[in-house]
Design a binder for this molecule. Structure first.
Ligand code: SF4
Length: 400
């Protein structure tokens, strides 16, 4: 299948998988060998196999199988980009139970960036980045015109920077505030400079779970409809999964299956980004949380279930650099970017450093045993780089 960003997500990876030697950890386990056979012959495992893998597969064999599939698609390459996160506002009319980022409009730490302030945030980084990643809360008064102006001015000032912006719930909120359909919002914003859409807001695509952790957010169907609308307008998107709250293994597999079905239809997802809930004392006390082993298990099963989504990300901002390195041997092929500034995961307790340079990211990847490849936002331009040939760039710290 040729994706909308021009990537060929159906390269003959199954043939490559079938030619690989089968390690003892897979040969000696009936479940893993059966999953390997399904993948190397059909390129796909069933939902029931996915569920068994999530619950019962021994972790070392599971990660080995996921790494084999990753290698059959991307050899030993691991992708990253040079980007910056700029949140537009932390004011939000919703109050999802897992969210540590949102503030009420009168909270002392509430903020809303003007267009000028937004551009000012990008300015010091502009020379080093080719993507700005912008999401935010559901602002009570901003309509589509505000975002259109933001993207227009951003493109005028920084034409080389790809704008990846707006979660599905933001698009739904803008549509409601502007009396437009999802497609009309996306089309208007595409014409103003929006290049792609991140995957945030998927949480778990099972409405009974959503009702417990993020009541009032878009439904599972709406999340899929918004991404379908973007894909039809040739806007590539990512998709995510927030796990370790109150969901069951079956809920996780249902989530992966729904994303796989939409990808069969549109080919518009570039990357899947699974990340665990980060707890503090005030949010979702009943969350089951996820250990490092559980994180690696979810990443591995995601790689095996999502045969048609080309990239699986180890999201450093959430799981940290060390677990991200381990995830590269559990099926992930992307380690996110330099990021520069990040609030959503850091509000929730992440300690991942924010001053990583391109050389630092290369070093992380090389230390894990893989080859760093700098990519652009749509995975259509690549540059092989190495930590030793790149000078460390000291990036400014932004005070919020
Ligand atoms: S997750 Fe998004 S929609 Fe939910 S409260 Fe936080 S900022 Fe608002």
């Amino acid at each position: 299948m040729q994706s909308i960003s021009g990537q060929d997500s159906n390269i003959d990876w199954t043939a490559r998988l079938a030619e690989m030697p089968i390690p003892q950890s897979i040969r000696s386990n009936k479940l893993l060998y059966s999953a390997y056979s399904e993948l190397s012959s059909n390129g796909r495992i069933s939902e029931s196999t996915g569920l068994l893998l999530m619950d019962d597969a021994p972790l070392s064999g599971l990660t080995t199988l996921a790494l084999m599939v990753k290698r059959s698609k991307h050899s030993d390459e691991v992708f990253f980009n040079e980007n910056l996160h700029v949140n537009t506002t932390n004011i939000c009319v919703l109050a999802c139970r897992f969210c540590a980022f949102r503030k009420g409009p009168r909270h002392k730490d509430a903020y809303q960036l003007s267009v000028k302030e937004y551009l000012h945030r990008i300015e010091p980084f502009a020379e080093h980045i080719d993507e700005v990643h912008s999401v935010g809360g559901l602002h009570p008064t901003w309509t589509v015109e505000h975002y259109a102006e933001l993207y227009r001015q951003c493109k005028q000032r920084f034409p080389h920077i790809h704008i990846k912006s707006l979660t599905a719930i933001e698009i739904k909120h803008i549509a409601e505030r502007s009396n437009l359909s999802f497609s009309e919002v996306i089309k208007t914003l595409k014409e103003s400079g929006l290049d792609s859409i991140p995957g945030g807001g998927a949480e778990i695509l099972v409405d009974s779970v959503r009702d417990r952790i993020c009541r009032g957010k878009e439904s599972s169907q709406e999340y899929l409809d918004i991404h379908r609308a973007a894909h039809r307008l040739h806007i590539p998107t990512n998709c995510t999964m927030l796990f370790g709250t109150v969901e069951s293994s079956a809920d996780r597999i249902k989530h992966l299956s729904l994303l796989r079905e939409l990808q069969d239809e549109t080919g518009g997802f570039q990357c899947f980004v699974p990340y665990p809930f980060l707890r503090d004392k005030t949010r979702l006390p009943e969350a089951q949380l996820a250990s490092s082993n559980e994180i690696l298990r979810v990443i591995s099963v995601s790689r095996l279930m999502l045969d048609n989504i080309p990239h699986i990300k180890a999201y450093r901002m959430n799981i940290g650099d060390s677990v991200s390195q381990m995830a590269l041997s559990a099926g992930a092929d992307d380690i996110d970017g330099t990021v520069g500034h990040e609030e959503i995961m850091h509000s929730a307790g992440s300690k991942t450093r924010l001053d990583s340079s391109r050389a630092d990211i290369c070093r992380l990847i090389e230390d894990a045993g893989y080859t760093p490849v700098k990519r652009n936002s749509t995975y259509s331009e690549f540059e092989t780089v190495a930590s030793l040939v790149t000078e460390r760039t000291v990036l400014p710290i932004i005070e919020v």
